[in-house]
Design a protein around this ligand. Structure first.
Ligand SMILES: [Zn+2]
Ligand SMILES: [Zn+2]
Ligand SMILES: [Zn+2]
Ligand SMILES: [Zn+2]
Ligand SMILES: [Zn+2]
Length: 330
């Protein structure tokens, strides 16, 4: 027996859905339940009267809800780290006291603290704090961590178009993130959409056609990565060429994706952007195919009017046959 009595470490799981959570997160990243970090292991013997989270009786302010909790036990001067808390740095406001990640307020002077969230894959489109790609809810602000809630109309339209084009849903995941739009072969199901386009604008200002086109184009990349073995077939390679050339999909010139029409230049490509790389060629073919609901007759009539060459017809036939084949398998 050890001299110190063993206390069970409280398991850091959401009480509602059992997802693992990090200590002092505000919300469960799966179900969005508000979390409460009480002093269940009796580390400090004190909880805030207001928010019930663990505090030290030496504190003057609750570092979680920011309210004043000063009483006779409070330290008259800022301390570095009272029992139960680690010293990670000094208070940003300069009171001299120590603070620990992820305290929102200094427990000594009550001023707001900001922290870089290290070790996260990305940032929340609502509060800019760290989130991981698999999170549904931001653990900091409790909003949709993917940002899908910012583009509901475009997502609805995309889902409807995929359904009428007879494309089965694969487990793609749309994420609004800073930077460029694209899909990487490392994470073929993650479709990153440049959030600059949506942020700071009212929903009414967003061009839903453009967002829908952008989403369809990126879904084309994801679809291709998802069915990568297909790119080895002779028919695919004759139509689209060698898609395996090293290439990081980063679509920065997506203004063109708003157009649902076929461009008249470049007879062997459906749009000018399609000519930039075989993977873009496929993504543009996919976008047009789905945007036009898989109606080849209508598309082919337009190709005829715009003097497209045989290769463009063949690209759409290759895709159409493959979509039909996928349907037949199940
Ligand atoms: Zn949960
Ligand atoms: Zn509190
Ligand atoms: Zn302070
Ligand atoms: Zn957030
Ligand atoms: Zn692309």
């Amino acid at each position: 027996m050890s001299a110190r009595r063993e206390r069970p470490t409280p398991e850091r799981r959401c009480p509602t859905c059992q997802t693992l959570v990090q200590r002092f997160w505000n919300f469960c990243s799966s179900c969005g339940r508000a979390l409460e970090w009480r002093d269940t292991a009796l580390e400090t013997g004190a909880e805030c009267h207001y928010c019930r989270w663990m505090v030290s009786d030496r504190f003057s302010f609750c570092p979680w809800c920011g309210r004043q909790i000063r009483d006779a036990a409070s330290s008259p001067t800022p301390l570095k780290a009272p029992k139960g808390f680690r010293f990670e740095r000094r208070c940003r406001a300069g009171c001299g006291g120590g603070v620990m990640y992820p305290m929102r307020y200094c427990p000594w002077c009550g001023r707001t603290q900001r922290w870089p969230d290290l070790g996260f894959e990305n940032v929340c489109p609502h509060c800019n704090r760290g989130v991981d790609d698999w999170m549904d809810v931001c653990p900091w602000c409790g909003e949709d961590a993917t940002g899908q809630d910012l583009v509901p109309r475009a997502l609805r339209r995309v889902r409807r178009l995929l359904a009428v084009s007879r494309l089965r849903r694969w487990d793609y995941r749309v994420l609004l993130r800073p930077g460029v739009s694209g899909v990487t072969p490392r994470a073929p199901k993650l479709i990153e959409i440049d959030r600059r386009y949506v942020r700071g604008k009212r929903a009414t200002d967003i061009s839903w056609n453009l967002l829908t086109g952008l989403l369809l184009h990126e879904l084309g990349h994801s679809f291709l990565f998802h069915h990568w073995a297909w790119t080895r077939t002779g028919r695919f390679r004759r139509a689209f060429g060698e898609v395996r050339q090293a290439y990081r999909v980063a679509d920065s010139k997506w203004v063109d994706f708003e157009r649902r029409g076929v461009t008249t230049t470049l007879p062997d490509y459906v749009t000018a952007y399609a000519a930039t790389h075989p993977q873009e060629d496929f993504a543009e073919t996919f976008r047009l195919y789905v945007a036009r609901r898989g109606r080849l007759r209508e598309l082919f009539a337009e190709f005829g009017r715009k003097r497209k060459g045989v290769p463009v017809f063949e690209k759409f036939l290759v895709l159409n046959d493959y979509v039909r084949e996928l349907r037949g398998w199940r």
